[in-house]
Design a protein around this ligand. Structure first.
Ligand code: NAD
Length: 350
């Protein structure tokens, strides 16, 4: 068994972090997780209630840009590993005002890298003896590559072409992380993932919005003609991909994680609403595109299509997306039915 060691997880109270932490604590008995999260509007501590009293879990509320706080956590817990989720993540908000995206996604990533560099390295390319296995895992997105046409896939060699302030801030962070590997020899890994779906996502995102509006019998707002394509991956499959890249990925490399599961936004609405229909024992719902969807003016700079070629993850790290779309959506809808207190009238079918 590995020596006990401590992982600093940033942004662990957000959607992916709060799926990742229980998975990681459960799988590995030798890691302590220190979760540093600012608790912005996007966070929900309720989503981590299963680990609140876990003996190997500690929570600190604070900003990753606060260098003295980050430094004090490194010192107090002798941090060996960082898994960096913390970000401002909603594209629409970045279009309204990108300042916090620049602050958290760029300056915050830089602050973490600087503390890690000073703590783990005695000189460029010379790790201190007690930190020879340390690692900084930066969680990023496929959105840094911009938009695809009808054909082709993103690979690790695709050029960066971000089209909105969110993806530009993530692209900047990726570049800075990479530079710390090239310049200082800081042991880094970057994973760029496609759109995640699953339990614990903030209400403002597409899938919770579809479910909530449908259950509340309100028109479901869909950008443009609903033809934008995303490559959807169940969040636990992403967590497993992070796990394998964190433990087995080659330092200095980036890995693309995707579900080989392209869907237009319209297809997402149809699949979700029809599943809700099929779960409803009283048949109160019956999805009809013309009545349930409201097309709204497109988001400026809206990327047309994202799609990931995950061959490097599959061949080098033997990772696979395991959860079928139907199974993942069922688990997701079940979780939101419970969250929106509709579960009692739907139970039995899931
Ligand atoms: N959600 C997706 O589909 C997706 C896909 C690919 C990559 N990603 C990336 O994965 C990471 C996590 O995404 P998510 O969907 O869980 O995001 P989220 O918005 O749900 O959660 C972000 C978390 O970071 C915290 N945070 C924000 N600013 C902070 C700061 N300055 N200091 C400390 N904590 C701060 C928030 O409080 C929140 O808990 C992000 O880096 C995102 O770019 C997300």
């Amino acid at each position: 068994m590995k020596k006990p060691s401590t992982v600093l997880v940033t942004g662990g109270c957000g959607f992916i972090g709060s799926n990742f932490i229980p998975y990681f604590l459960d799988k590995y008995p030798f890691y302590t997780v220190v979760n540093l999260d600012l608790l912005t509007y996007a966070a929900n501590q309720e989503n981590l209630k299963e680990v609140h009293n876990h003996p190997r879990y500690r929570f600190f509320q604070g900003d990753i840009q606060d260098v003295s706080l980050v430094k004090s956590l490194f010192e107090k817990f002798q941090i060996q590993y960082v898994i960096h989720f913390a970000a401002e993540s909603h594209v629409d908000r970045s279009i309204d005002d990108s300042s916090s995206f620049i602050g958290t996604n760029i300056n915050g990533t830089h602050a973490l890298l600087e503390v890690a560099r000073r703590f783990w390295l005695q000189a460029p390319f010379q790790l201190r003896t007690q930190y020879t296995s340390c690692r900084f895992h930066h969680i990023s997105t496929d959105e840094v590559f911009g938009s695809l046409g009808p054909e082709g896939y993103f690979t690790e060699n695709s050029p960066y072409k971000p089209n909105n302030p969110y993806s530009a801030s993530k692209a900047s962070a990726d570049m800075i992380v990479r530079s710390y590997y090239k310049t200082y020899g800081l042991p880094i890994i970057i994973t760029n993932c496609s759109n995640n779906y699953g339990p614990k996502q903030h209400d403002e995102k597409l899938i919770p919005t579809i479910i909530r509006h449908y259950l509340d019998r309100k028109p479901i707002p869909i950008y443009g003609a609903g033809n934008n394509i995303r490559d959807w991956l169940y969040v636990i499959d992403h967590c497993k991909g992070i796990d394998v890249a964190f433990h087995k990925g080659q330092l200095g490399h980036s890995y693309l994680i995707g579900g080989r599961n392209e869907k237009t936004n319209l297809e997402m609405v149809r699949s979700i609403c029809r599943l809700v229909d099929s779960f409803d024992p009283e048949k109160r719902f019956s999805f009809q595109e013309s009545t349930h969807i409201q097309f709204v003016p497109d988001r400026p700079g809206h990327d047309t299509r994202y799609s990931i070629d995950a061959s490097k993850m599959e061949k080098d790290l033997l990772w696979r997306s395991e959860t079928s779309f139907e199974k993942g959506l069922m688990a997701t809808i079940k979780w939101y039915l419970q969250k929106y207190s509709k579960w009692s009238s739907f139970h039995g079918e899931l």
